[in-house]
Design a protein around this ligand. Sequence first.
Ligand SMILES: Nc1nc2c(ncn2[C@@H]2O[C@H](COP(=O)(O)OP(=O)(O)OP(=O)(O)O)[C@@H](O)[C@H]2O)c(=O)[nH]1
Ligand SMILES: [Mg+2]
Length: 318
Amino acid sequence: MTGLVAGVLAGDRTALGRAITLVESTQPDDRGRAQDLLSRLLPHAGGAHRVGISGVPGAGKSTLIDTLGTRLTGAGHRVGVLAVDPSSMVTGGSILGDKTRMARLAADENAFIRPSPSAGTLGGVTSTTPNAITVLEAAGYDVVLVETMGVGQSEAAVHASVDCLCVLALAGAGDELQAVKRGLLELADVLAVNKADGAGEQAARLAAAELRRALPLLAPTSEDGPPPVMTVSALTGAGVDELWDRIVEHRRLLESSGGLARRRARGRLAWMQVLLERSLLEHFESRPGLAGRRSELEQAVEQGSITPEAAVARLLAL
Ligand SMILES: Nc1nc2c(ncn2[C@@H]2O[C@H](COP(=O)(O)OP(=O)(O)OP(=O)(O)O)[C@@H](O)[C@H]2O)c(=O)[nH]1
Ligand SMILES: [Mg+2]
């Protein structure tokens, strides 16, 4: 364990990979060691600018991370990436697909790309995402980019894990707002309409203007007013520096208002809630006899001979 801690703190890539595997492990046997490791790394963590990159499949998240990450390492940053590989859902754990889409960054010695385990997760973030961020920070990565798919509950979960959520939108055919979901819009700290290049440039600019008009109506609850809307091309790099400037500006405002500490504290509480719910469910499901009784009751509910409420009440009474 001491060797692993020292390896991570020294930025050793093998140690880093092993440490992330350990803190992501869901094996009961690993949990104690993982907690031990995390408690030793925590004093060295917290220093990164944590940025979520979200958007529908194909929005260009991986391409943006490759372009932005390469620019950041060029400017002297060390960039950690947590990325979900859609293909790993089928193959059970290959990041090859995304590594090829982040080819420059994957070969960059100042970057570390880590595939997220996607099974049973919320579109790329898991309850172990904060742990993986801790390990990367302790290893000296000062920017952590988290790629997530804009699906299900993942927006809220990733929002709780990062300092800034950058949402990539695409110009739609006709309905400009189609390619970004409302739930995502409400959580976005910075919005960027991607693929603003070549024949798509004009459409991207129109979509951005449309978003700027619509945002005050769509997300009236935000304390700081609507998020800035940019146009970028992850492919050519146009607008990517400006996008990073806005992300840095967002963080500066958060820091000067004390909001960063509050946001991170809220995030930790949100994850505690997620973990509590998961543990309660696991605890409940591990009761002897539950599985059999449950499938009987499920059949009864399917047939309509008993209400879902009554079935749950009987299960809880076990
Ligand atoms: N023209 C253009 N194409 C882009 C741009 N960014 C990404 N693409 C292309 O869009 C496709 C999807 O890009 P990805 O970066 O893999 O998108 P993603 O959001 O990571 O997709 P998933 O991980 O599958 O959800 C690829 O063919 C990219 O080459 C851009 O700025 N301009
Ligand atoms: Mg991707």
